[in-house]
Design a protein around this ligand. Structure first.
Ligand SMILES: Cc1ncc(COP(=O)(O)O)c(C=O)c1O
Length: 418
């Protein structure tokens, strides 16, 4: 592919690269339907309602852990709940600080203040939505108790040095793998590196337990049992001597109905990842000759699961800004987006300290010894926000879609190259 002019841009009235809509996902099929019907049939036949913490959920958890090569999994009702339970299992103290990604889904951040801890953003590393070791280091104080490392876009964060920093200071690490089922770092699945990991299994993800769900995963058996207790109102799972509920928590369980869908989906996951990577690789190969656009594939050792593909526009090489570039791409019929999401520190709930009534807690509680009004500069996020753009890819796409994505990029780049 070269960057020679490729015809009039669609935004200026030229022909579009892609004339038909992108293909749908078809995430759920006959197998999921059969699994659900079989569960209902069994319930009708026996007269026993299916429930939660039942045989199907147990089997799903075992299979999920087996997919990651061992360890233990606790299925919960959302990725947000999974982050909450993972943090609860770590027994972090209230009014300590938890480092979180500056840009992530709110579900990867909000559990922190709900535990009366202070969420502290680590800026993105340059050219990626993920936090990097340098940014983590800058966010650490003597009050830091844990780090939530998210693998945004399904692209692994630079786990090696981040873990080294955390371990050298006794700080716990939660891997937020909500977007990263099947992503690898140095050959191992993400989720297997930190103390504990949280996955989302809602139906927009690579792996789903029907409409919503999540999984807490760990290779530490004590943390697994704590997770079980924290995801089910403190019931004394794993404690032989205990009587009654041992800790205060919520009912965040998954259920057998979602679990049967999850088991079918787990079988499909390797094939789905293969297709997604094939499409992504085609885009990467075809974009190789581009001069102003590059693709974030993560740090050395990273193998992305490409929940979405992240592109970087070198603004010194084009005669337009990011929004104009992405608008031109969209006009070519490809659903690119100019921005992922805004940092949580810009949202009203954070700015207004809207967590516990009007108290301003946890920030304003006298037990918090940090500066409750600390301001955070996120220079790398600001630069990223001017230069990164993205497109969602999925297993319903073929090499034809990859060709169209790459062709649109080449056409728009050629039109704006200085
Ligand atoms: C990084 C991250 N963390 C947490 C969540 C929360 O997951 P859920 O939507 O299943 O609650 C999401 C959801 O997209 C996410 O992307």
């Amino acid at each position: 592919m070269t960057t020679r002019p490729r015809g009039e841009l669609a935004i200026k009235g030229g022909p579009r690269v892609r004339k038909e809509p992108m293909p749908p996902r078809h995430l759920f099929g006959e197998e999921e339907k059969r699994a659900v019907i079989a569960l209902f049939d069994k319930s009708i036949e026996t007269g026993e309602a299916f429930s939660y913490n039942g045989p199907e959920e147990e089997a799903y958890c075992k299979q999920f852990a087996a997919f990651l090569g061992g360890g233990q999994a606790d299925a919960v009702n959302s990725g947000t709940s999974a982050v909450y339970v993972a943090l609860r299992a770590l027994d972090i103290e209230p009014f300590t600080e938890v480092i979180v990604p500056s840009v992530s889904d709110m579900g990867g951040v909000m559990p922190v203040p709900l535990m009366n801890c202070i969420p502290v953003p680590a800026d993105c590393a340059p050219g990626t939505y993920n936090m990097g070791p340098e940014q983590v280091e800058k966010a650490i104080t003597e009050r830091t108790s844990a780090i939530v490392v998210a693998h945004i876009a399904g692209t692994p964060a630079d786990l090696g040095p981040i873990l080294e920093i955390a371990r050298s200071r006794g700080i716990k690490v939660v891997e937020d793998c909500a977007q990263a089922h099947g992503a690898r770092y140095n050959g191992e699945y993400v989720g297997t590196f930190g103390d504990i990991a949280a996955f989302s299994t809602m139906s927009g993800k690579h792996h789903a337990t029907a409409a919503q769900g999540g999984v807490v995963y760990t290779r530490n058996e004590a943390l697994y049992w704590k997770s079980r207790r924290c995801s089910d109102r403190g019931k004394p799972f794993g404690l032989e001597e205990a009587e009654g509920n041992v800790t205060c928590s919520l009912n965040l369980n998954l259920n057998d109905l979602s679990a049967v869908v999850g088991m079918v989906q787990l079988k499909k996951l390797p094939g789905m990842l293969e297709r997604i990577r094939l499409v992504a690789q085609k885009v990467i190969d075809r974009c190789e000759p581009l001069q102003a656009v590059s693709i974030d594939q993560g740090p050395p050792g990273a193998e992305s699961a490409f929940w979405f593909m992240v592109f970087r526009l070198d603004l010194d090489k084009v005669s337009c800004d990011l929004d104009t570039f992405v608008e031109a791409l969209r006009a070519e019929g490809l659903p690119f987006s100019a921005h992922y999401t805004t940092p949580f520190i810009q949202h009203p709930w954070f700015k207004n300290r809207a967590v516990f009534g009007n108290s301003g807690y946890p920030w304003t509680c006298p037990l918090y010894t940090g500066d409750p009004n600390r301001r955070y500069e996120l220079p790398n996020w600001k630069a990223n926000n001017r230069s990164l753009f993205l497109i969602k890819i999925h297993e319903g796409m073929t090499l034809r879609e990859a060709e169209d994505i790459a062709e649109a990029l080449a056409k728009v780049e050629a039109a704006f190259l200085k």
